[in-house]
Design a protein around this ligand. Sequence first.
Ligand SMILES: Nc1ncnc2c1ncn2[C@@H]1O[C@H](COP(=O)(O)OP(=O)(O)OP(=O)(O)O)[C@@H](O)[C@H]1O
Ligand SMILES: [Mg+2]
Length: 244
Amino acid sequence: MGLIEPQTGFPPLGTAKDVTGFLRLDNVTKTYVSDGQPVQALCGVSLAVRDGEFIALVGRSGCGKSTLLNLAGAMDFPTSGRVLLDGVSTSDVNENGLTRLRREKVGFIFQSFQLLNTLTVLENVELPLLLAGESDACDRAQQQLDLVELGDLGSRMPHQLSGGQMQRVAIARAMVHSPKLLLADEPTGNLDTVTGNVILEGLRRIADEGKTAILMATHSSESAAFTDAIVKMRDGRIQEVVRP
Ligand SMILES: Nc1ncnc2c1ncn2[C@@H]1O[C@H](COP(=O)(O)OP(=O)(O)OP(=O)(O)O)[C@@H](O)[C@H]1O
Ligand SMILES: [Mg+2]
């Protein structure tokens, strides 16, 4: 079981040696500006995630789950506080470094799958490796498709798949470069319970076998059974951390 520290009693802003896993948030605040008005999406959020830990982020619509995932993946940056990836604050990394970080260390799964419609299933999975200029992309993508039990469907186009199959392709693509951190925003949101559970079992296995930390925003209370901890959010704050 890994370590999650709720925001109360959190130690002073950490240095690299304090980091227990790949991802850590120290007293993070995020304020958007909308129509000239500030919107405080996150307020004093601190969270340390161990490698291989599978965490569910739950809370009502608008409580800040997607914002937290975007900051954790260095897609966006905190207004104050720090997001540390491998002990380095994302706000201190230049654009090239950020691109490499996102490509090599982080995987994303979105509710809408975001597969590229003009590429085959296999090409979709190969993409992160090709972008990173890695060799044997085709073989590794095929292996990943085999793992999600879609090895025979590599030559299909995404529109020829079911929703659950598309989501498994999205998982294969997110995992093909063995990221340290996997960020999943409502990955089972539009799947039936049985298919959703297959996806969750797959994520559980990835956390256990790959030592990949997984942060998953979800509205599904059933997903709790698959995770190490549930982080309950409310109005941009961590309200409670529950371990099933
Ligand atoms: N780009 C933006 N500009 C302004 N406000 C934003 C922006 N993105 C999010 N917000 C606001 O920040 C708050 C948190 O939004 P966020 O998307 O993180 O919520 P969420 O918990 O993911 O919700 P949901 O469960 O509906 O996906 C909301 O009040 C939202 O309106
Ligand atoms: Mg969201």
